[in-house]
Write a protein of this length. Structure first.
Length: 116
């Protein structure tokens, strides 16, 4: 009987912690909407960029779940050919993911100001 009480109290404690964590995440998410403001997450990548795919999938998951309302901009700061091809493939199917070089960032900022 004591083991059941301990297990139940642990489950309730973990449930409460998960609830607090979820509320914190909901309160800290950026609230961007309408044409008044836009948010762009910039991911700078260079070399082999081993975590690029994981980072983009994570950001895309946040976007699709409604936790993050933002476009994703991958800045190619000297990606190796294989990593550059991966970045291009990641941006190919989703218009909210773009790839640019550092000297093209200005174009994307100006475009987002006009397009929202």
């Amino acid at each position: 009987m004591d083991i059941l009480k301990i297990a139940l109290s642990m489950a309730l404690s973990l449930g409460f912690l998960f609830l607090l964590w979820s509320i914190k995440g909901w309160l800290l998410r950026p609230t961007v909407g309408g044409k008044d403001a836009s948010l762009t997450v910039t991911v700078s990548a260079r070399g082999a960029a081993k975590n690029l795919e994981h980072t983009i999938y994570g950001l895309n998951w946040l976007r699709k779940s409604g936790s993050l309302y933002a476009d994703i901009l991958i800045v190619d700061e000297g990606l190796e050919p294989k990593a550059a091809e991966l970045a291009r493939l990641l941006s190919e199917d989703d218009m909210s993911i773009q790839v640019c070089s550092p000297d093209q960032i200005e174009y994307f900022i100006i475009r987002s100001c006009y397009d929202g």
